[in-house]
Structures are given as C-alpha cells and as structure tokens.
Design a protein around this ligand. Structure first.
Ligand code: OSB
Ligand code: MG
Length: 369
C-alpha cells in the first residue's frame, strides 16, 4: 500500500487499581493511538504505550508525540511498501524512539493484515490459538495487600504471577507469596534499580532460594557484564527487559551470557517486525522468551497477543485481561483471560474493532499528517 495519512490521538484512561513500580505510581495512563490510512481509505490502528515519565526508558508521551508529529508521521505518510515488515524503512534513519516507532509499525501491520483478510497472529507466523496469561503485580502498600492481590488473580485463573521488587520490598514479599502459594509460578522484576553491590547480591541469593521462574532486570539497562556475573552466581535464570532494545544489544547479551531469558516487548523493540526478529534470534541462541507488556490499551494489547502466538514464546506472558487495568477500553470487545488463557482472535488484522468515536471523543490532542 501507499500510506496516504497518519492520524494521532492522545488519550488518558483511568486504571482500576493503582500500579506502583520501583520508580512510579500511577492511577491513570496516557497513551497515543495512531490510525494509518492508504489511498483507498482502508485503515490500520496502532498504539504508542510509552510511560508518561522517563523512568522505565528515555521516552515519554511528550517525546513520542513530538517525534511522531515532527519526524515519524511525515516519514511514513507518502511511503509505499508491499509488506509491513518493510514499513520501517521509512524511519530507518531515525535513531531510537522505539515506542513511537512501534505504534506506527503496529498500524502498518494491522492495515496490511486487514486488507489481506489475515489475522495479525497468522501474518506474523504465530502458531498458538491461545496465550498463557501471566499477571504483573505492582508494589503494594503492605505484604497483606500483596497477598490479597495474588490470591485474587490466582482465583481468576492466572497461570503465573510477577512481582515488582525494589530495595526494601524484595525478599519479604516474595517469600510471603511463596509460602502462601508453594506451587505457584512466581517471578520478580526489579526494573534495573539494584546497584551491583554485596548487599544486592545477598538479596539475589535469598531470592534464588525461593524457586522463582526468573529474576527480571535486576541491574541497570547497560549493565550486561553485571547481569552475566549474577547469572553465573545463582541458579534462578536471569531475564533481561530494559537491557535489550535492539538486535545488537541482544547479540551482546547472548555473547556475554548476561541472562538466559528475554522479555520481548513490541514497544521496547520498536514494533512487531523487530519483536519477531528478537524472538527468532533469542530462540536460535537457546534463550527462552516470553511476551512482556506496557499496560497497553486494547490496540497495543491485541498486538501483544498476536506476537505472543509465535512458537518460541514458551513461558507465560504479561498478557492479562484488559479488565485488570481498564473499566472502559478503546476496543469494542476488550481482551479477556479465561482460566488463565487469552484466545488469539481469528478476525483479520488486530482482530478487535476500535471504538473510533470513543477515541475521537476522549482525545485531549490530535493531529493528522
Ligand atoms: O518492566 O515489565 C515491566 C509496566 C510498565 C513499565 C514496565 C513494566 C511494566 C509491566 C506491565 O510489568 C506488564 C503488563 O503490561 O501487564
Ligand atoms: Mg520488566
């Protein structure tokens, strides 16, 4: 197709449960929804799920909006490609800004898959009919509150629970969850906040005794050598998230054995094309992979479900039901987990109809290129 126009909408949705990580606490999330049209008027939707603040990655909603408006949408508008895996050529010269690029990449895949009558999952090479749903739980005000959250999600059927940890909220809550649920699949995510110190190593060794599935991103994004030293020192697999946002970083991580598991995020890698390449490369190197998320609205969440259907995603993903986060989503039939599984849709494209009037009415800002 030839891309005729790019439209963008900034919109904020309230969260049903406040989410706290090592760095921030949120009761609303603002994302950017994009709509790409071709000459015939056919449309594809994408989502830029950047956090509002630069604590997870350097991007923010404001930087994404600026990059989209000033560089990315103008680069894509007027471009032509036969297959969505080529759409990124339009912005190949632009360094970084993966969350912003991911939104456009998703929209191009959706546009193409809808036009060809193919479900996005199949277009990507996905083979699964359902995704194993895990849930990511934030830092709670108390261990009892955390245990209540874990209990609620286990009762809901979630197959795996991820706990956010930070210095001062690590061994005690993780051990409490392990004691309350001896057989539950549990993993922890530090979002890179531990320095590589003897104290942190002592924490990691205690966590190592809890039978966790993995320890995600204990050290800073650039600290690949530190992750490699930790992976050598403990039995629990080390998983990388923030450390890998392109294939070169993945190659380095593999060469250093800086982990054994990769959290593949469509946003962080810069889109579906890049996320699929990371999946392929990691699996070829003998790493395990699973699909992470960024609390996406319905469009980004549907893209996560599609990529999570690739054969290599052998561990439960952070693809939970939208109802865990939003009372009113931007797609007509929001994603739901049933007995811990999310179905992969069989309708063309993302497989979920966007509630366009809701998006337009709710947008605080919009532009069209
Ligand atoms: O590190 O995986 C992370 C959300 C915001 C920022 C970073 C992370 C997360 C999550 C959310 O864990 C997972 C989800 O979307 O369900
Ligand atoms: Mg993470």
């Amino acid at each position: 197709p030839a891309v005729a126009a790019v439209e963008a909408f900034r919109l904020s949705l309230p969260l049903v449960h406040t989410f706290q990580t090592s760095s921030h606490r949120k009761s609303h999330l603002e994302h950017i929804v994009v709509r790409v049209t071709d000459g015939s008027g056919a449309a594809g939707w994408g989502e830029i799920a950047s956090p509002s603040d630069p604590y997870y990655c350097p991007e923010t909603v404001d930087t994404c909006w600026m990059m989209l408006r000033r560089y990315l949408a103008p680069a894509l508008a007027g471009s032509e490609w036969d297959h969505p895996s080529e759409a990124g050529r339009a912005w190949a010269k632009i360094r970084g800004h993966h969350f912003a690029k991911a939104g456009l990449d998703i929209a191009c895949w959706d546009l193409w898959a809808r036009a060809s009558g193919t479900p996005l999952a199949a277009a990507l090479g996905g083979t699964r009919q359902r995704i194993e749903a895990g849930v990511s739980l934030g830092i709670e005000p108390s261990v009892d509150a955390l245990l209540a959250e874990v209990g609620r999600h286990v009762a809901d059927g979630y197959r795996r629970v991820k706990l956010k940890i930070a210095p001062g909220w690590d061994v005690v809550p993780a051990r409490a969850v392990r004691e309350a649920h001896p057989d539950l699949a549990v993993q922890v995510d530090a979002n890179g906040v531990y320095p590589e110190t003897p104290e942190a190593l002592a924490v990691m060794r205690e966590l190592d005794g809890l039978g966790l599935l993995l320890i995600e991103q204990p050290f800073a994004p650039g600290a690949l050598a530190a992750h490699a030293r930790l992976a050598e020192a403990i039995g629990t697999p080390v998983c990388l998230d923030e450390s890998v946002d392109d294939l070169d970083q993945l190659d380095t991580a593999i060469a250093l054995a800086a982990g054994g598991i990769l959290n593949v995020k469509v946003s962080r890698m810069g889109g579906l094309t890049a996320a699929r390449a990371a999946h392929d490369r990691a699996v070829a190197a003998g790493w395990k992979v699973w699909c992470g998320g960024m609390h996406e609205f319905g469009v980004g969440r549907a893209a996560n479900v599609a990529i999570a259907s690739l054969p290599g995603f052998g561990l439960p993903s952070d693809v939970s039901g939208s109802d865990k986060y939003y009372a009113h989503d931007i797609v007509a039939q929001p994603i739901r987990a049933t007995a811990g599984m999310v179905p992969v849709p069989s309708a063309p494209g993302l497989g979920h109809e966007v509630d366009e009037s809701f998006v337009r009415a709710r947008a605080s800002d919009t532009f069209r290129t």
